[in-house]
Design a protein around this ligand. Structure first.
Ligand code: GRF
Length: 297
């Protein structure tokens, strides 16, 4: 069977990333899996490229339709709408993870918008980038000179932006209990080592990579975890392995890990925004694969 499908101008809801074609997350496989050939045009909102691709997929999907702001999935006649999510990103530094997440919201890989940036360093690279892109910047916590929001006012502000999820991306302050209580199971952090190793108070920036190299560990890599009241202790959601090479400097290892951080955070936030996080009975969060809901990342 050959299906010709032209998807043009669909730029804001996670359907046109050529590396990750969009398929419903809960499609029921047909009794006898068949091969279907899609000839698909992808239109990218950024200047990445315009590609024409031929994709082979398993014939498990009856029909996929879209409308602005939601993803509509038709599975065996059932319609499942996924609302576009509002994201708050917290940064203290250069914000390369923030920039990468922003790019993925703009090109539609992530079905969400970055509604607000929160920082304790209003002059940092991340905050500058946000202002450049017209994203509101909130200063937190309250400083002695009177600037910055208190925890209570911050929660009110995030509510006013209708924030669904909070993403820490190099934010160096401990979050107040009030914020964690206001956003249960909704705050993620990225850490540049395989937690629980090399995490906790004092493990930040190059210190993490120096400690990894000094330990003789042969592998490192980013961890994305839920945030609770302690540093780097919340439930692990996703990890990726990166080799530690014999002659690595901390900077070289950091660069290799950061490259994976960008990809992993985009994938995890895409899953978060598509409601693909499943909580196992013992409290461990799992990410459902997009192509097959019985598999987990
Ligand atoms: C990253 O290595 C992240 O894992 C850690 O802080 C760093 C932030 O880097 N939490 P950037 O500001 O996103 O470039």
């Amino acid at each position: 069977m050959e299906i010709q499908s032209s998807i043009f101008g669909i730029s804001s809801f996670g359907i046109h990333n050529p590396k990750t074609p969009f398929f419903p997350s809960k499609a029921t496989p047909l009794s006898a899996p068949k091969q279907v050939l899609f000839k698909t045009h992808f239109s990218l909102s950024s200047n990445l490229s315009f590609t024409k691709q031929t994709l082979k997929v398993s014939a498990s999907v009856a029909k996929v339709e879209c409308e602005i702001g939601t993803i509509n999935i038709f599975e065996d006649g059932l319609k499942r709408k996924i609302r576009k999510k509002n994201l708050a990103v917290f940064v203290s530094g250069g914000g390369s993870n923030f920039k990468s997440l922003h790019e993925a919201t703009v090109n539609g890989f992530i079905h969400g918008d970055i509604s607000v940036l929160v920082t304790n360093k209003p002059d940092c690279g991340g905050a500058e980038f946000a202002r450049d892109k017209g994203i509101p910047v909130i200063s937190f916590p309250k400083l002695k000179d009177g600037s910055g929001l208190s925890s209570h006012v911050l929660v009110t502000a995030l509510r006013s932006y209708k924030v669904d999820f909070i993403l820490l991306a190099g934010f160096l302050k401990l979050l107040p209990a009030e914020l964690i209580k206001a956003y249960p199971r909704s705050i993620l952090n990225i850490h540049p080592s395989l937690l629980p190793a090399f995490g906790g108070k004092g493990y930040y920036g190059m210190k993490v990579h120096e400690a990894v190299i000094a330990s003789g560990a042969r592998y490192s890599g980013p961890t994305i975890h839920y945030v609770d009241e302690e540093y780097d202790r919340g439930r692990i959601l996703a990890q990726r392995i990166v080799p530690v090479l014999a002659n690595d400097t901390a900077e070289e290892l950091a660069g290799r890990v950061l490259h994976e951080e960008h990809k992993l955070y985009q994938e995890v936030v895409a899953a978060l925004c598509e409601d693909r996080i499943i909580w196992r009975e013992d409290g461990v969060p799992l990410i459902q694969c997009k192509e097959n809901p019985n598999l987990y990342m």
